[in-house]
Design a protein around this ligand. Structure first.
Ligand SMILES: Nc1ncnc2c1ncn2[C@@H]1O[C@H](COP(=O)(O)OP(=O)(O)O)[C@@H](O)[C@H]1O
Ligand SMILES: [Mg+2]
Length: 474
């Protein structure tokens, strides 16, 4: 599995810190190792040049193992290598071993390396197969031969390796400590950012679209010198604006509700007056032209319609404003029986069916409003279906509460209307509204009344099957 780089800012900062430190350690380690190697090599070269080829000069051109004439090893360090070259060939090669010299077997490669050395006294690192890595310097001898002196490189290598090992341990420890401390430090410095995020998430979760909103208080992290403080300040400003806008919206909604309530209330009296005068004029005994009588009949009918409309609007405005409803015990069974009687009288062409439990069902609420809600459902089942339709009203109770359903086998509610059928002034056929007295407020009132009682109103509808279901807490 591929390891992904860390995504959080915390992870990235910590990883960045550790990577930078690792690079710095690598650079320091490499430079110190190179510098130490250079310094030690310089020292070796100095030693080589100060020995001046003495040991090599003391070697004879011809090997004489019996040798009473021993080479001069005095003052020479152990493992010092010496060789003599004459006319480009190695004549003698030995190494000091326990303060004695020992002849060294050279391979063809070694000889080539030795003869290739420039005779200027400068140091060169050469690998000899019998002895390992050596630092060699060649000088011109007295009798036109070349004297080569060498010192082993392995003590130098050992020192450098030792340094590298110490550095590895030291840097490893430093990286670990930095990693842990850095993670903690980054976490501590990002904590205010977490507060900002949490607050933003909290506000994002608020139901800003509806009702009165309690906005959370301002953030404490507002130091303008820090980035987090700047974000905090900006967020506080934004929260302030949002709160302001919400308060204003709340106020304007309130005003609108008041206006609707006041307007419908104010309209009631003039409408009642118009109606009264129309009735009075219709009762006039004298001869009245037929057109005038017709006009008076229309005025009477329209003002009646308007009275209903104004009453419905006033009721909705009052429910919107959260006016408290009545809280008396309501006998739902009786209420449904009464509503059914009214419906039978109004729609003798429909089949009205009842399905009620044996015992009376009593809920707590506003009898008048509940009667209105159920009456609206029955009126819809009568008005929006053809005669002959079967309408059934069912009352059931369970632990959750009381359920009332009004179903019919009429044509159903058009599918595009269903999602918003409980909305205001929503109706299928605007053109027919005058003849049927349809306003589109009936179901809005059902919804508002049932919701105000702490219940729910839903609908499912298709051709031949429409069911309105009301639930009320028991
Ligand atoms: N039982 C029903 N069958 C078919 N359509 C219905 C039924 N009840 C309601 N509707 C549709 O829903 C619309 C909204 O109903 P409602 O809010 O009571 O307004 P209104 O009855 O004044 O038109 C109606 O206009 C009608 O199109
Ligand atoms: Mg209706």
């Amino acid at each position: 599995m591929r390891r992904l780089p860390p995504r959080t800012l915390r992870g990235q900062l910590t990883a960045g810190l550790v990577t930078l430190l690792a690079l710095a350690c690598l650079a320091v380690g490499t430079v110190t190792a190179l510098a130490l190697r250079g310094f030690l090599t310089g020292r070796l070269d100095e030693q080589l040049s100060s020995s001046g080829g003495r040991f090599a000069a003391s070697l004879e051109h011809e090997a004489r193992p019996d040798a009473d004439n021993r080479p001069d090893t005095r003052g020479q360090a152990e493992s010092t290598f010496g060789a003599r070259l004459l006319k480009g060939t190695v004549t003698q090669a030995a190494v000091i071993d326990d303060a004695n010299d020992r002849l060294v077997r050279l391979t063809a490669g070694d000889r080539r390396a030795l003869t290739g050395l420039p005779a200027d006294g400068s140091g060169h690192s050469v690998h000899l197969s019998a002895l390992g890595a050596y630092r060699l310097a060649a000088v011109q001898g007295d009798d036109r031969d070349i004297l080569i002196t060498g010192l082993p490189l392995h003590p130098l290598e050992e020192t450098v390796h030792r340094l590298e090992a110490v550095e590895t341990v030291l840097f490893g420890a430093a990286l670990t400590v930095t990693g842990i401390a850095g993670a903690l430090w980054v976490r501590a410095s990002l904590r205010p950012l977490q507060r900002v995020t949490a607050r933003a998430a909290e506000v994002a979760g608020l139901p800003l679209a509806s009702g009165e909103i309690a906005m959370p208080g301002p953030l404490p992290d507002t130091d303008p010198r820090t980035e987090v403080g700047q974000v905090g300040t900006a967020l506080n400003h934004m929260l302030g604006h949002v709160e302001n806008a919400l308060t204003r919206r709340q106020a304007s909604e309130e005003r609108l509700r008041h206006f609707a309530a006041d307007a419908s209330h104010e309209l009631r009296t003039p409408v009642a007056n118009i109606r009264g005068h129309a009735e009075l004029a219709l009762r006039h005994d004298g001869p009245v032209p037929a057109e005038v009588r017709h006009a008076l009949v229309r005025i009477d009918a329209e003002s009646q319609r308007m009275t209903h409309l104004v009453d419905d609007l006033l009721l909705l405005a009052r429910l919107d404003a959260g006016r408290p409803l009545g809280h008396e015990p309501v006998d739902l069974t009786l209420l449904i029986l009464n509503a059914m009687d009214d419906a039978r009288a109004a729609g003798p062409g429909h089949h009205w069916l009842l399905d009620l439990p044996e015992e009376a069902v009593v809920v707590s609420g506003d009898a008048h409003r509940l009667q209105q809600a159920i009456g609206n459902l029955l009126a819809n089942a009568r008005i929006h279906t053809p005669p002959g339709t079967r309408v059934t009203i069912t009352l059931t109770t369970d632990q959750a509460g009381v359920r009332v359903s009004v179903s019919d086998d009429g044509p159903g509610i058009p599918a595009e209307l269903q999602p918003e059928v409980f909305g205001r002034f929503v109706r299928a056929d605007h053109a027919r509204s005058r003849s049927t007295g349809s306003t589109g407020l009936g179901l809005a009132i059902v919804h508002a009344v049932i919701t105000a009682h702490g219940g729910t109103a839903t609908v499912t509808s298709g051709p031949g099957h429409t069911v309105f279901r009301l639930t009320l807490p028991g």
